[in-house]
Ligand binder design. Structure first.
Ligand code: ADP
Length: 495
């Protein structure tokens, strides 16, 4: 299917059906759901709402490939070659992948084509290189009687990985889950989010084109409570890697707990940006603003609690307000837009509810706060001055809403930063290396950005503490989490 989207001349939609065992299929059920363009309100595609049977078929295909297929046993470097090829193909089709994401969830096309999609390719390239570098340990062991012992460990692929992904960065988050799993020799079933399945389907097709055997990666589109729940609870799955809400993550975790299944859960955040008086504000302010307004704040790592020293609070607020008021909300395909849309009406209502709550709890609305007239789902970037006990400072909004609060001592800054049920990431702005390091040590988070903000890099782990989840993706920890470690003792006698 070829379509023309506003100023995008031409791109091809992937076949909007499941990918199971190497086949594009509408599956066993007849129900469908619509994916909608939040800029125009028009339907983009009707997708099959995967049934329990479809999920079972996908897990069976992944299991069969894992047990009897060639993927997990092929020379690791050969797996790497296929993943390198996949990275090249993702770059080749960057414009299409970016267009699908802009179309389905209103992300700025230029951010996607220059950011998310190259990042997706980079994740595959990074883990392609890991394929043949998973090594174990070795040790001389204690003798037992006359028998000498030598031991080593080997890392073997875990099995079938279930990847349940959110809508906000669909391709790159699918890559975080797939690339290390595939490099390790696992097979996978992906359930993309209802609002943004198409780039994942395209990614699956590119993996096939790169040479991935049938059944290694399967994609079932569908609704969370049906297809997602069936996948998370399927006995043929060895690990569930989930990014999404705490409510769903809690259910996945308790089921995994009763079955001893492995999980990685990334459940969002309410991340602090700590700004000390010695920070270089000219370079810090664009990062602080980006940490709140990039992708309309629909980012797990967003730094929505701006914790600033009282001596520079007015400057920081003025700077944030300037960024907010210069924002151009518009068609994500339009070069002049600096902010796209909110993903769907439900999320828009949630954001507006939080803005109302901020007002009613007495926070000082400095700028923004309004929804623009439709059809597009646009909301103004919003800045409140307030404190850490406000609902808008405690709960994840997933919208462009910053709450600025002040501190007077570094101890107070750290205490405010840690006074949250989340623990995903934090940002620290300062030019004093001792200050930076001593604050970094005390932050109860999985990741800290110093004098900047951005996306995780595949070379180092990503994940949270406390209410932000369990486990790590990316880096050595990420790929090792897709393996089982086996210890081998070899008995031998002397010469
Ligand atoms: P969000 O509120 O950000 O959409 P969700 O946790 O609802 O977060 O969704 C994240 C992913 O989890 C999506 O792919 C969604 O379809 C899926 N999902 C939703 N409900 C469930 C469930 N009960 N079991 C498994 N997956 C689910």
């Amino acid at each position: 299917m070829t379509t023309t989207v506003r100023n995008i001349p031409e791109f091809t939609l992937p076949d909007p059906v499941h990918r199971i065992g190497g086949r594009a299929t509408t599956g066993a059920g007849t129900e469908t759901f619509a994916s909608t363009d939040p800029t125009t309100g028009r339907s983009v595609a009707d997708l099959p709402a995967g049934s329990v049977q479809d999920v079972d078929n996908a897990v069976v295909a992944a299991r069969a490939q894992f047990e009897d297929g060639e993927w997990s046993t092929m020379p690791a470097a050969e797996r790497g070659k296929i993943l390198y090829r996949a990275a090249d193909l993702i770059e080749r089709d960057a414009e299409t992948l970016a267009a699908l994401e802009a179309l389905e969830m209103g992300k700025l096309y230029r951010d996607s084509v220059a950011g998310d999609i190259p990042a997706t390719a980079a994740v595959f390239r990074h883990f392609a290189g890991w394929s043949d570098k998973l090594t174990g340990q070795s040790a001389s062991l204690c003798d037992i009687g006359d028998q000498k012992r030598f031991g080593f460990t080997m890392r073997q692929p875990l099995g079938v990985v279930a990847a349940i992904t959110p809508w906000n960065n669909p391709a790159v988050i699918a890559a975080w889950k797939l690339a290390p799993a595939l490099a390790a020799g696992c097979t996978a079933v992906v359930k993309p989010a209802e609002d943004a399945s198409l780039s994942t389907l395209r990614l699956a097709d590119l993996l096939t084109e790169a040479g991935l055997p049938d059944g290694v990666v399967n994609v079932v589109t569908g609704l969370g409570p049906v297809a997602g729940a069936a996948l998370a609870g399927h006995p043929g799955v060895d690990k569930v890697s989930f990014t999404g809400s705490a409510a769903v993550g809690r259910g996945i975790h308790s089921y995994a707990g009763s079955t001893f299944r492995k999980v990685t859960l990334e459940l969002g955040g309410k991340s602090p940006q700590l700004i000390f008086p010695d920070a270089d504000l000219d370079s810090a302010l664009p990062w602080i603003a980006m940490g709140n307004f990039y992708h309309q704040g629909q980012v797990c790592a967003a730094g929505t609690r701006v914790i600033v020293h009282e001596s520079i609070a007015d400057k920081v607020v003025d700077g944030l307000v300037a960024f907010a008021e210069q924002a151009v909300m518009g068609d994500p395909f339009d070069e002049s837009s600096t902010m796209g849309t909110i993903v769907n009406e439900k999320q828009m209502n949630r954001i507006m509810g939080y803005i109302e709550k901020g007002r009613s709890e007495g926070a000082d609305l400095v700028t923004g706060g309004a929804r623009l007239d439709g059809p597009g789902l646009f909301v103004q970037p919003t800045v409140f001055r307030g404190h850490n006990d406000l609902t808008i400072a405690r709960e994840e909004i997933f919208g462009p809403v910053a709450t600025v609060m002040t501190f007077s001592t570094p101890e107070e800054a750290v205490a405010l930063a840690n006074a949250t049920e989340f623990g995903l990431n934090a940002m620290v702005y300062s030019s004093d290396i001792s200050r930076i390091h001593s604050v970094v040590e005390k932050l109860r988070v999985g990741m800290v950005w110093v004098n900047g903000w951005g996306v995780p890099d595949p070379a180092l782990p990503w994940g949270g503490r406390g209410g932000s989840g369990i486990g790590r993706e990316l880096g050595r920890s990420g790929i090792e989490a897709d393996t089982e470690e086996k210890t081998v003792h070899i008995g031998y006698t002397g010469l």
